[in-house]
Design a protein around this ligand. Structure first.
Ligand SMILES: [Zn+2]
Ligand SMILES: [Zn+2]
Length: 367
């Protein structure tokens, strides 16, 4: 049994957003860690649980998935954490009130949700994009693809800390909190807003001694190289993601997002399969023959059965590119075009006249 977000918030399955909001509001006031100094740890857990439930039930899509599949349907990667919470504004609204009511607005109480966020969140790097031109034959041969691209990589000089001594010190502007508060009085109510500290960009820490290589950022823009194999069922519409190969930040690296610009050459794509037109001489089409056709992995001799028609499909099993499932190759389909000579010799004409007068031929077409 997974979690039941409805019972966590004490609402029933049909609860409206207003009801959910109200219930969350009540519980948040009850469990805010700063209002529970005696059992802070427990309150933190509780507060996180109700916030997780709130995150799910306030989001129509997540709620629908939860209704259908339970907790499994909305699994938070690596468990729910505050980075996945989208309703800080609501918390701020709730506690903005409380703090001004209780007169805590003047400071010393900390950020409405800072009390239990003991560690400053380090931001993750952004993703990088590359588009790789690739022809279909290289894909079929499963050739390794070498990609060079620029990204922000961890500064080796300071090991990504931005500090020449590799040590950080607490940011004095925000006193390590990563954000600064502004208070404004409107009548007898005090409004408080928080914003990211510009001195430390929200890290709460600054380099002890600025690294001269990266000027304190902790990263440098460099050319990186990766080697990849064409993904099974490779498609130009899809974006392939390589984890952690994007821009570096102390909080983690972004991803590398790859799009392939596929040159299909003389082939066309039909789902996983590829198609190619081939010219078949009319005599081969009628009496059968063999022709040499360049396929994806080299030339092959193809049997043209007698009685082959124009627009016929000859299926070459497993001669296509790798299937999306990764299990074996898809097919390559040859579509026949029957070519007719525009000019023929006297001798050929005589033979065709003879052929035309053959009784068998007429009986076949003019019954
Ligand atoms: Zn700061
Ligand atoms: Zn550095």
């Amino acid at each position: 049994m997974g979690k039941d977000y409805y019972s966590v918030l004490g609402v029933d399955k049909k609860a409206s957003k207003d009801q959910i909001k109200k219930s969350y509001r009540d519980l948040a006031k009850k469990y805010h860690p700063d209002l529970n100094p005696q059992n802070k740890k427990e309150a933190e857990e509780k507060f996180k649980d109700i916030s997780e439930a709130y995150e799910v039930l306030m989001d129509d899509q997540k709620r629908a998935r939860f209704d259908q599949y339970g907790e499994e349907g909305v699994k938070f990667q690596g468990g729910f954490d505050w980075n996945q919470f989208h309703h800080y504004q609501d918390i701020q609204d709730i506690f903005g009130d409380i703090f001004s009511q209780f007169g805590f607005g003047g400071g010393g109480f900390g950020n409405p949700f800072g009390g239990f966020q003991t560690q400053q969140r380090e931001t993750r790097g952004s993703d990088t994009f590359v588009e790789i031109p690739l022809d279909i034959r290289r894909i079929a041969r499963n050739e390794k693809i070498e990609v060079y691209y620029f990204r922000e990589m961890k500064c080796e000089e300071c090991n990504g800390t931005g500090s020449a001594t590799k040590k950080l010190q607490t940011c004095q502007t925000c006193r390590g909190r990563g954000y600064v508060e502004r208070s404004t009085n409107q009548g007898f109510i005090m409004f408080r807003t928080t914003e990211v500290c510009r001195t430390c960009n929200g890290r709460g820490k600054i380099p002890e001694k600025t690294c001269h290589v990266c000027s304190g950022s902790g990263y440098t823009r460099k050319k990186d190289r990766i080697e990849i194999s064409p993904p099974p069922g490779i498609h130009e519409e899809e974006v392939y993601i390589l984890r952690d190969k994007g821009n570096f930040r102390p909080g983690g690296s972004g991803d590398l997002r790859i799009k392939f610009d596929i040159d299909y050459m003389e082939f066309t794509r039909e789902g996983d399969d590829l198609e190619k037109e081939i010219q078949v001489d009319f005599t081969d089409a009628i009496i059968g023959g063999k022709i040499k056709v360049p396929l994806l992995r080299g030339e092959r001799e193809i049997d043209i059965p007698s009685g082959t028609q124009p627009e016929e499909r000859i299926v070459l099993k497993g001669e296509g590119i790798q299937k999306k499932t990764g299990r074996g190759n898809a097919d390559l389909i040859l579509k026949t075009k029957v070519s007719l000579p525009k000019k023929i010799s006297k001798k050929q004409r005589e033979l065709l006249e003879q052929f035309k007068n053959e009784k068998g031929f007429f009986s076949q077409f003019h019954l």
